[in-house]
Design a protein around this ligand. Sequence first.
Ligand SMILES: Cc1ncc(COP(=O)(O)O)c(C=O)c1O
Length: 406
Amino acid sequence: MNYAASRLSAVRPSASMAVSGRAKALKAQGHDVIDLGLGEPDFDTPSHIIEAAYRAAVDGQTRYTPTDGSVALKDAISSKFERENGLSFRADEIIVSNGAKQVIFDALMATLEAGDEVILCAPHFDTYQSMSLVLAANLVLMPCEASAGFRVTPEQLDASISHKTRWLFLNLPSNPAGAMYSREQLAELGEVIARYPDVLVLSDEIYEHITFDNLKFTSFLAACPHLKERTLTVNGVSKAYAMTGWRIGYGCGPAGLISAMTKVQSQISSGASAISQAASVAALNGPQDDVLRFRQAFQQRRDLVVNAVEKISGLTLDPPGGAFYTLIGCERFIGSRRPDGEIIDNDVAFANYLLDDALVAAVPGSAYNLSPFVRLSTASSESLLSQAMQRIDASVAKLLTPETGE
Ligand SMILES: Cc1ncc(COP(=O)(O)O)c(C=O)c1O
């Protein structure tokens, strides 16, 4: 019996979940696997946030909230944007959902017609692709090479927009490459978009607080205020406050778009968990010291991986400007031979080799539509990361590359 509708064939299983699944299976067999596949902070949710959730439950905040979010959380989101981004949003320009993922799905479900085009910067978060394809949209990929800082240029963008374009996705800083854009670079993209009045922009800013080297984060809309009627800014508490399991994300955009998204959400999930919303109010309105502590830890871990990769001959890595991943180039090893004789013919095979030989789980770049790379998450302790890098060093040293035959 085939239970799945044909539209589901467009949904690729999450690559990071697949890698983690293999890693877990090996662990269950007793192997000492280091799993650098998944993207979630390894920190605990700060205690004042947990206490706020407990108080909310005890105080009886245990009922449905409005579909688009509680008044208190919308207020906190509005203040966050004023304080951190210099942007103002009214309550009817805000929706709260079960994670940023649901915000994105609500938006696409509410707006896409079959055959519409969605433009993605490759490499990109794999969910953007599956959600667009399941809604019968067509993808237009803009390859963003390492040599360009994994950023899209205004010329590339201009060449990718057509009369069928519905959405352009931006991800600042990006998963998996950690690409950051300056205010000027965003403004240049905005000039191109301004010439195409039917194009909507989804700016996913979920990694806003994880930026390195004192690089200043600029929200897309802050750089392009003239695009307010066409921009959906997506954010959430998962990454900044180590709250992935609480499932709260939010989107801010024109009231008409938010209202259409609320219509979608009202029949799919209603409002997000009342208790998680109360916890998110505490996260956004409360002390922000933990956000800084997490950022500093992620910076140290990024530095550790960057330094380690520099010493491994054949691997390449441009230091990411933000987020908690490193996208490591492995081109030199494509075509090389493993000690067991198998040829590594792409980055999937390279990631498989790392798992088999180094017992390190990493996600191949092809999962994000840019090869040949592997993504290592830096959301693990420094000691695990340095062990992983030592193992990777030892494993790649055993590969026989075509140039040397050694
Ligand atoms: C770029 C990006 N956007 C959104 C999400 C999902 O966030 P949430 O946990 O709020 O659904 C992720 C999680 O990996 C992500 O990497």
